[in-house]
Design a protein around this ligand. Structure first.
Ligand SMILES: [Zn+2]
Length: 141
């Protein structure tokens, strides 16, 4: 077998099937840094939760909370909500990264039409075109 003489920078070769355009690479970079920040937020929440589980004082505090300290339990509720939002966003970001790597980034997940680049730049983890998004929101709002 002769070595391919036209192969460019083999060190940069990746397992991606799709060769990203400059525009896709730009968004890929944006999304991966977003993913890192979301992951570290998740890790922070996880560490806080873990600390609560392991700290006997905190455990006692939790019992107090459950017995009716409304102010504090509302705060805890909001924390859980925030955690769920971060987890949800992280999932969307990961899916968007996957679609970028497969070359399906600007394809609407519902109608398969192209999503305008401007929309993807404004909402990098969108997976629906505006029409489908609106239909979806009308149905579930
Ligand atoms: Zn659509």
């Amino acid at each position: 077998m002769t070595k391919g003489t036209t192969a460019k920078s083999p060190a940069r070769a990746r397992a991606h099937k799709h060769k990203m355009s400059a525009w896709e690479s730009k968004l890929h970079k944006r999304l991966t840094s977003e993913r890192e920040s979301l992951r570290s937020q998740m890790a922070e929440y996880e560490a806080q939760r873990q600390a609560l589980v392991e700290d006997p004082d905190a455990a006692e505090m939790l019992t107090d909370l459950e017995s009716g300290d409304i102010g504090a339990s509302v705060e805890r509720e909001m924390d859980l909500q925030k955690f769920a939002n971060v987890a949800n966003l992280l999932e969307k970001v990961e899916q968007a990264i996957g679609r970028l790597e497969q070359g399906a980034y600007t394809v609407c997940a519902s109608c398969s039409r192209q999503i305008p680049k401007a929309r993807m730049e404004a909402l990098p983890y969108a997976d629906l075109c505006v029409t489908c998004q609106e239909r979806f929101e009308r149905r579930y709002a």
